[in-house]
Ligand binder design. Structure first.
Ligand code: ITT
Length: 206
C-alpha cells in the first residue's frame, strides 16, 4: 500500500516512516512531485489546516491514501500559544532554534511557574475512494527551563513528556534526549497514525 503524507517537514516524515516500517506501507511525500507547491495554511484550527494539506496533495494522488497532518505545541501559561502558529512562532522563516528561544523568553515573561504544555496532532486521511477520516493525538508534558538533547525536531528539546511510575528512565528528560523509538511510542503523531493504521488493519487494535 502507498501512503502519501502532505508534509515538507523532514522530522515528521521520518516519524511516519519509522512508525510504519515493516508494515507493508510505502510512505511518500510531495517532494517526489516536481510541480507540487505547498498550500497556504490559512485555516483557524489544526483540523482545518490538516484538511487543506490533504486536499492539496489528493489532487495529485486521487487513487491513493493521502494524509494531511497539522500539529503544534499548546502552552498553558501562554494561553495555548503557539498552537497552530507553532512552525512560524518567531517569524515566517524562523528556525526551530528561534522558535524555541522565543517560547522560552515569552514563558519567562508571562508565566515562569506554570510550565504545563501539550503537543497536539490532527490528521485528515483521505481514502482511495475519497472518504475523509479524522484522527487525533495529544501528548501532555512540561516546558523545560533550557533546551536539551539532539534528537527529533521543533520543540522536542524543551518538551518533557509526562511519565508514569514504570518509566523511571524518562524522568525529567526532554523528547530530544529520549531515543526516537520512545518518542514514537508516545507521541501525539504516533497516537493519531496508529489509529489510522488500526483502521486499515495494518496494526492490531489495542
Ligand atoms: P508541514 O505543514 O509541511 O507538515 P510544518 O512544520 O509547517 O510542516 P505544521 O504546520 O503542522 O507543520 O507545524 C507543526 C510545528 O509544530 C512544527 O514545525 C514544530 O515546530 C511543532 N511540532 C509539531 N509536532 C512536533 C513534535 O513532534 N516535536 C516537536 N515539535 C513539533
Amino acid at each position: 500500500m502507498e501512503l502519501w503524507v502532505a508534509t515538507s517537514n523532514k522530522g515528521k516524515l521520518a516519524e511516519f516512516r519509522a512508525l510504519l516500517e515493516g508494515r507493508g506501507v510505502e510512505v511518500h511525500s510531495p517532494a517526489e512531485i516536481s510541480i507540487y507547491s505547498s498550500p497556504l495554511e490559512n485555516g483557524d484550527s489544526f483540523e482545518a489546516n490538516a484538511r487543506i494539506k490533504a486536499r492539496a496533495l489528493k489532487v495529485f494522488k486521487p487513487t491513493e491514501w493521502v494524509i494531511g497532518e497539522d500539529s503544534g505545541l499548546e502552552v498553558a501559561g501562554l494561553d495555548g500559544l503557539p498552537g497552530i502558529h507553532s512552525a512560524r512562532y518567531a517569524g515566517e522563516r524562523a528556525s526551530d532554534a528561534e522558535n524555541v528561544a522565543k517560547l522560552l523568553k515569552m514563558l519567562k515573561i508571562r508565566s515562569p511557574n506554570n510550565r504545563a504544555a501539550r503537543f497536539r496532532a490532527v490528521m485528515v486521511a483521505l481514502s482511495p475512494q475519497g472518504e475523509e477520516r479524522i484522527y487525533q493525538g495529544v501528548l501532555n508534558g512540561q516546558i523545560a527551563e533550557q533546551a536539551r538533547g539532539q534528537h527529533g525536531f521543533g520543540y522536542d528539546p524543551i518538551f518533557i513528556p509526562e511519565t508514569t511510575s514504570d518509566q523511571p528512565e524518562m524522568v525529567n528528560k526532554t523528547l530530544a534526549e529520549l531515543p526516537p523509538a520512545i518518542k514514537n511510542r508516545l507521541s501525539h503523531r504516533a497516537q493519531a497514525l496508529r489509529q489510522w493504521a488500526e483502521d486499515q488493519q495494518i496494526f492490531e487494535a489495542r
